[in-house]
Design a protein around this ligand. Structure first.
Ligand code: NGF
Length: 289
């Protein structure tokens, strides 16, 4: 579970249903064109928290059926309904996903003991590997180094997807837990995360900009920081444009320029506007054509 993982987008139809053809195209695009090392299925980028349990299973099934473990596959099964997490975890495990991930439970202010019990339950019930998905800016859950250590004491909890800009904590974690996986979550901070020693990264923009991300990762690991930084600069010009225009709709429109039937976002996210589509096309022309 190392290297560059695309947080897999999911193409939705106008009526909100999953566009299976588009999803298959997107899996192939990531593997064949972006050449990513892995796919993170069912994350925020898949708009996972807005779809039903059956739809989550459908996404896991289609992605695995298309990828057939050609790249490393990780299934995000986190939910504040732990029964759903277990059900999804068992389902993904049966499909052959070698590793699960679960977002820290959110919305309610869960205690650390409750968070620990949540991870222990999913791991015990599925007997699969687990990568903690830590994204404090969306969940409000800030764990400290000792709490990560308590979770890591379970050998099945093999690492963390670290989506935060706290590089002090990242450095402390790297030193304290050299044998655990640390996967960086912010694409615009990939190079500094590589310098801090992460094992890989998971991100939304790798669906369209995976080639550059792989270069940043490779050059960073080789210590060629100045060269890597040049690529990070261009990457961040692109990411800045994407964020200003609306993250998921813009990536989907860029994917269309790259030949993938990427559909639209799921309600309550609004369908892409003409202006967003126009800007996305310009970003594609400027940075990716
Ligand atoms: O989209 C978000 C959160 N974060 C992603 C990524 O951390 C989410 C990140 O790539 C992810 O991996 C998942 O699908 O679960 C950003 O989109 C990117 O760095 C631009 O800010 O909003």
């Amino acid at each position: 579970m190392k290297g560059i993982f695309s947080a897999l987008m999911v193409p939705y139809n106008l009526d909100g249903s999953i566009n299976e053809k588009g999803l298959r195209e997107l899996v192939r695009h990531n593997i064949d064109v972006m050449k990513v090392d892995g796919l993170y299925v069912g994350g925020s980028t898949g708009e996972n928290f807005m779809i039903s349990t059956e739809e989550k299973k459908e996404v896991f099934r289609i992605a695995m059926d298309e990828a057939k473990n050609e790249v490393q596959m990780m299934a995000q099964v986190g939910s504040i309904n732990v029964k759903e997490s277990v059900e999804l975890g068992k389902y993904a495990t049966e499909l052959g996903y070698p590793c699960l991930s679960a977002v820290t439970p959110f919305y309610y202010k869960f205690s650390f003991a409750e968070i620990k019990e949540y991870y222990e339950t999913i791991v015990r019930e599925t007997q699969n590997n687990m990568v903690i998905y830590s994204i404090p800016f969306l969940t409000g859950v800030n764990m400290d180094i000792a709490q990560f250590g308590e979770l890591f004491a379970n050998p099945k909890i093999i690492g963390v997807k670290f989506t935060a800009g706290d590089f002090y904590l990242l450095e402390r974690m790297r030193k304290a837990y050299p044998d655990k996986l640390i996967l960086s979550g912010f694409d615009e901070m990939l190079l500094p995360a590589v310098v801090m020693g992460v094992d890989g990264a998971i991100g939304s923009t790798y669906n369209v900009n995976g080639i550059r991300a792989k270069e940043i990762f490779r050059l960073g690991k080789e210590g060629k920081i100045a060269e890597a930084l040049e690529i990070q600069h261009v990457t961040n010009d692109l990411i800045e444009g994407i964020l200003q225009n609306g993250l998921y709709p813009t990536i989907k429109e860029i994917l269309k320029c790259q030949g993938v039937d990427a559909g639209i976002c799921r309600r309550p996210m609004a369908p892409t506007t003409e202006e967003q589509a126009k800007v996305a096309k310009e970003l594609y022309q400027k940075y990716l054509a």
